[in-house]
Design a protein around this ligand. Structure first.
Ligand code: HEC
Length: 217
């Protein structure tokens, strides 16, 4: 009986000691983050990330909208209307980069514009990840690009029926595409295929700078 009680006591002190250790551990981690701004900056910036996610949703909706008006049009599409789907997306991506200090890109394995080929290993891996998992809509990672650390957000782009006018059968592509993109790889897609992805790189320094302007932390 005494033995059991003694062991029980030992057990109790063991438990309370371990609990204390865990609590102290948490307290240290907490203090490190609160007390050290450089550590906090090294974390993903939620405000900037949320903004990037929202902007990319707008960008994607813009393309879908433009493509669907083209599809529903009863008049024969002219070269001009054909040009007005994915080029504005590229232009808006550039504008977003400028406005926010981000690097906004479209990336595809089968690209039409060579500027859109995967730019580094993490981008290749992100494409492979989207390819493997058709349910995966987006994710972010920590990356260092050209010596700068930051957060990189990736968002998948799927093929819709309205895209096939220009990304469908190789031979039925509009003439302007055949002329302007002799090395085009972005055809023979089917509805639901992975077309590519958007990528937004948010450098840590930029995120801190923008937040100090807007007064957010
Ligand atoms: C009117 C023709 C047309 C339609 C319709 C169209 N695209 Fe494109 N797409 C293009 C052209 C032209 C480019 C190359 C633009 C450039 O040089 O930046 C392109 C480029 C892209 C890119 C950039 C990667 C690359 O290959 O260069 C993506 C992603 C893309 N299209 C997705 C789509 C999706 C998704 C749809 C349907 C919602 C769609 N496109 C509908 C003509 C079209």
């Amino acid at each position: 009986m005494f033995l059991i009680a003694k062991n029980l006591n030992k057990f109790r002190t063991f438990i309370s000691k371990s609990l204390n250790r865990v609590l102290i551990g948490f307290a240290i981690i907490f203090l490190l983050f609160i007390g050290n701004p450089s550590l906090a900056i090294a974390q993903t910036d939620a405000t900037q990330l949320a903004k990037a996610v929202a902007e990319i949703e707008n960008l994607d909706a813009m393309r879908s909208g433009l493509a669907s008006t083209l599809k529903d049009s009863t008049t024969e599409p002219t070269v001009q209307t054909f040009k007005e789907v994915c080029q504005p997306v590229g232009m808006r991506a550039m504008q977003l980069s400028k406005e926010n200090g981000w690097q906004v890109k479209q990336i595809a394995k089968k690209y039409r514009n060579p500027a859109h080929k995967p730019d580094n290993l993490p981008a290749q891996m992100a494409l492979a990840k989207f390819d493997r998992d058709s349910e995966l809509m987006g994710f972010w990672d920590r990356e260092t690009i050209a010596g700068e650390s930051g957060t990189r957000y990736y968002r998948r782009i799927n093929v819709e029926s309205s895209c096939l006018a220009c990304h469908g059968d190789k031979n039925s592509r509009p003439q302007f595409i055949k002329d302007k993109y002799p090395q085009d790889l972005a055809y023979n897609f089917k509805i639901g295929d992975l077309r590519g992805m958007y990528s937004v790189f948010i450098p840590d320094v930029q995120a801190a700078l923008l937040n100090s302007h807007t007064g957010e932390s």
